[in-house]
Design a protein around this ligand. Structure first.
Ligand code: AOF
Ligand code: ZN
Length: 367
């Protein structure tokens, strides 16, 4: 139906509608990988006549849904898309052709598609067909929407985010496991954003309650569980059966665990040596863009995993450089401190949690 949204009028309209595209795109958060999140709005005479977003890989693209919604009103209208329309046959036909066929007059693009198959060819095709194209509107916002997709396109690896908890004296905390609840649903919301979450086997063996995405219909990330020889047990912990969504266990113990797990439909990947590169490579081949490495209080399984890259570069830096500064402040502003130290990693979140003795820090590691 025709809807009039209160846009600002005049020069800010392009930004306004691209922001609406991003809002629509987010409705599919967690569901589109290996594809990006994309939203599209069709506007005619200052009115929104069609809206759509890409719901899932294999299904039609955002433009197709928005054009369907607009019907004949798409003719001579302006199409806003948060990502450059594709110009190739993938699982679905090219959006450029759909826009040309619908006779839109103008296309406003949030950002060009880093996918080498597209990479500005979509914009070129539209211009060749006589359509006016503006590219790069609210570009930073559009990039942040698809940070993981962009990273995987450019590097061939998923974007890894480390989540761990540190106390102000630098000790690791087991915030969610030791009777401290998921403060404000923060962890549950976090899970919805990721394609996969790596956790330790011992976390499950202790039969702690494992928070999951709680919103009905929300994304359930694939659970990757690290099982190493020195793990406390080879019995399948009950808690694993309670996990919604797919479970994959990476193990370096091929014997006992394999039998147990096979009976429960859990995928098992046996390796001589478990390391992060192998896991990330596996995720990439599965088309996963974003991976959360969730480190808890006791993390024997992670010790070797994080020793070199992460622990050295990040945690040590935190303990040796940040905490002293922080402890010296009357009212420390952890986020500001981290920013000012320019760690070379992106701090995506930092929150005071549960008690003021603890913070949660997440770093994005370009691996
Ligand atoms: C768009 N609009 O909504 C999305 C695009 O296999 P396919 O056909 O789904 O194509 C996947 C590629 O298309 C993906 O890697 C990305 O380059 C682009 N995604 N493009 O015009 C959309 N999701
Ligand atoms: Zn497309």
């Amino acid at each position: 139906g025709v809807q009039c949204l209160g846009s600002n009028g005049g020069e800010n309209d392009d930004g306004f509608y691209i922001r609406r595209c991003v809002e629509l795109a987010r409705k599919a958060l967690g569901f589109t990988s290996p594809n990006p999140l994309v939203g599209c709005v069709i506007v005619k005479d200052g009115k929104v006549v069609g809206e759509g977003f890409h719901p899932k890989a294999g299904q039609p693209h955002a433009e197709v849904f928005a054009l369907r919604d607009a019907g004949d009103l798409a003719q001579s209208a302006t199409a806003y898309v948060s990502l450059e329309p594709c110009n190739h046959f993938g699982r679905t036909p090219p959006c450029t052709e759909a826009l040309i066929k619908a006779k839109v007059k103008k296309v406003v693009v949030g950002m060009v598609d880093p996918n080498p198959i597209v990479a500005s060819k979509g914009v070129e095709r539209l211009r060749d067909a006589g359509i006016e194209v503006i590219a790069g509107v609210e570009e930073e916002l559009c990039k942040s929407l698809n940070e993981a997709y962009i990273h995987r396109m450019l590097t061939g690896k998923p974007l890894l985010t480390l989540r761990y908890s540190l106390s102000v004296n630098g000790n690791f905390l087991d915030l969610l496991g030791n009777g401290v609840t998921d403060c404000g649903g923060y962890y549950s919301r976090l899970l919805q954003e990721y394609d996969a979450v790596i956790t330790s086997y011992s976390l499950f063996s202790e039969n702690l309650s494992i928070p999951t995405s709680q919103e009905p219909g929300a994304n359930q990330p694939i659970r990757i569980i690290i099982h190493k020889d020195h793990s406390s047990s080879n019995q399948i912990p009950l808690a694993i059966n309670e996990v919604a969504g797919k479970v994959i266990i990476f193990t370096d113990n091929k014997t006992e665990i394999a039998l147990e797990v096979a009976q429960q439909g859990i995928e098992i990947v046996a390796l001589d040596q478990i390391n992060l590169d192998v896991i990330l490579d596996y995720c990439n081949r599965q088309g996963l863009c974003s991976v959360l490495l969730d480190i808890r209080g006791s993390f024997s399984e992670f010790e070797e995993l994080v020793k070199e890259g992460i622990k050295k570069n990040y945690i040590n830096k935190f303990v040796t450089e940040i905490l002293p500064v922080w402890n010296g402040c009357a009212e420390p502003d952890p986020l500001q401190t981290l920013k000012s130290l320019e760690l070379g990693v992106k701090v995506v979140n930092l929150k005071s949690r549960a008690s003021d003795q603890s913070v949660v820090i997440e770093g994005c590691f370009k691996v």
